[in-house]
Design a protein around this ligand. Structure first.
Ligand code: ATP
Length: 328
């Protein structure tokens, strides 16, 4: 590879944590080491960058973390970094440490912050999409999404056992912020009768008709998966069904943060490893202000503008059709 003059790469995780972030940190450090470039870990994202929480990472310091959820570098949100003064402090700390390349692992907010930092400092940086929400355009998958969806499916399977034993109707709320990816695919894999996501406006009447039909079809239990970003949340939907009829024995489960934790799946570990290497090699080729993504199994680099001005990561209409056909 035609190497640039980068000598020290700073790596950090930011925004919400996602399983597989550790595998990405490991991949960045080991890839940098392969090219004889030093790595420094920045703790607590942009907040730690401002506070100067930066220390050397060697290949051994990222040993035994590939299987661990969360992030050894911690995550943080930072209002200070949104200000010019905050970023100036962060840049001064990066310069003090001799950092001349950055890899940011996080969501779209993290990318926006990175874009501002590049504009203010000229330090080349590449972003790696790490968020369970899978809501970033320019990549088929984000790190953590596969694990979080598997966790949701496992929970749905367990809920199905109890739902069946009592002939109950369960509303299960899953994470995903404004995106219905986790909800849609965990609903398909968990055999839900319906899925409510922000990308598709299912009316309450449509849902109720579906539930009635499933009751008439002699279903012994019904599971409805609701994305946290849906217009009506699981509690509201449950209340509305109960108000309309006392036919159903209704329960609500909100999975919440348990979907963020746990050991990453093989898929997220491999994806994170590939993305970490691609980010380092991108920096060494002289790329900057872009995000690593995966398209049909191949690593790609997307320009920041394309990610931010592009479409949101649209829901797969074919998956939606599948969920509907198989739920009846
Ligand atoms: P997740 O998808 O898990 O929420 P995220 O990266 O989108 O992750 P955010 O809280 O939106 O999480 O962003 C992380 C941090 O990035 C913010 O706390 C802030 O410090 C920084 N940031 C976001 N937007 C900007 C911006 N426009 N300018 C400067 N910094 C920003």
């Amino acid at each position: 590879m035609n190497k640039t003059t980068i000598t020290k790469i700073g790596v950090f995780t930011s925004g919400g944590d996602a399983p597989g972030m550790n595998a990405a940190i490991r991949a960045v450090v080991r890839s940098a080491n392969y090219y004889q470039v030093e790595s420094l870990g920045i703790n607590r994202g942009y907040e730690g960058m401002i506070d100067g929480e930066i220390s050397k990472l060697g290949t051994r310091s990222v040993g035994n973390i590939i299987q661990r959820g969360g992030t050894i570098l911690k995550c943080a949100r930072s209002d200070n970094f949104r200000t010019k003064e905050g970023r100036a402090k962060a840049i001064a700390n990066l310069r003090k440490q001799g950092i001349d390349g950055l890899v940011a692992i996080g969501g779209d907010g993290t990318f926006r912050g990175m874009h501002e930092l590049i504009k203010d400092s000229g330090i080349p940086a590449i972003c790696v999409p790490g968020t369970i929400d899978n809501d970033i355009s320019g990549t088929d998958y984000t790190i953590g999404y596969d694990t979080a969806t598997n966790t949701a499916v496992e929970a749905i399977d367990r809920i199905r056992d109890t739902a069946l034993s009592h002939n109950r109707l369960f509303f299960i709320e899953v994470m995903g912020r404004h995106s219905g990816y986790i909800a849609l695919n965990s609903a398909i894999a968990g055999g839900a009768v319906a899925v409510i996501i922000p990308e598709e406006q299912t009316t309450f009447d449509e849902l109720y008709t579906l539930l009635e039909q499933s009751g008439k079809a002699n279903k012994k239990s019904s599971l409805v998966v609701v994305a946290e970003g849906a217009k009506l949340n699981a509690m509201e939907l449950a209340r509305m069904v109960a108000e309309r009829s006392n036919y159903f024995d209704i329960k609500v489960t909100i999975l919440g943060h348990l979907q963020r934790g746990g050991s990453p799946t093989y898929f997220d570990r491999v994806l994170a490893s590939q993305m970490g290497l691609a980010a380092v090699e991108g920096l060494l080729r002289g790329e900057k202000d872009c995000m690593v993504g995966t398209r049909n199994g191949k690593m790609v680099l997307n320009a920041f503008e394309d990610i931010m001005n592009g479409q949101v990561h649209e829901i797969d209409q074919e998956a939606l059709r599948l969920a509907k056909i198989l739920s009846t």
